[in-house]
Write a protein that binds this ligand. Structure first.
Ligand code: CUA
Length: 160
């Protein structure tokens, strides 16, 4: 009987230990490695985008060191602003997006860029474009009658 108690106690310690390790791993990933799940915690008033920086001026802007850009984009039925951007090959583009109306998507095939663009929220991602070419992007969340034409392109120009 007391043996069973002892075994139970051992297993309780092992289980608690595993939980503590997992919790420690989560804390370490968040604070030690700075890994975060996209939170969508940055909020914005979707009705006032026209007067809310940076979304009052969507566009592609130099961002810090050479070769870094910030793409401020607004999604709305049924287009992206801007719908065409050009960067030199090797550029790192930081996308900052929101939606003016309904939920849209933003995907650039053959890259890691794949976002859900929710009105009222600011969503961001970064990608480095090393291969020259025309990268078509499009909306991949059904958003209405013009969903299938909602897209644009990022042109990555070869370095001369
Ligand atoms: Cu926007 Cu589908």
């Amino acid at each position: 009987m007391s043996d069973i108690d002892r075994l139970e106690r051992v297993w309780i310690f092992i289980s608690a230990g595993i939980l503590a390790l997992l919790a420690a791993a989560v804390v370490y990933a968040a604070f030690g490695l700075d890994i975060h799940v996209p939170s969508g915690m940055d909020v914005v008033n979707a009705r006032e985008l026209n007067s809310t920086p940076p979304f009052d001026q969507p566009g592609l802007y130099p961002d810090g060191p050479p070769g870094h850009y910030r793409a401020v984009m607004v999604a709305h039925a049924f287009a992206f602003e801007p719908k065409e951007m050009r960067v030199p090959s090797g550029s790192t583009v930081h996308f900052v997006m929101t939606s003016k109306d309904v939920i849209h998507g933003f995907r650039i095939p053959n890259t890691t860029v794949n976002l859900k663009v929710v009105p009222g929220h600011v969503i961001e991602t970064t990608h480095r474009f090393t291969k020259p070419g025309t990268y078509h992007f499009f909306c991949h969340e059904y958003c209405g009658a013009g969903h299938h034409v909602m897209g644009g392109e990022l042109i990555v120009e070869p370095n001369s």
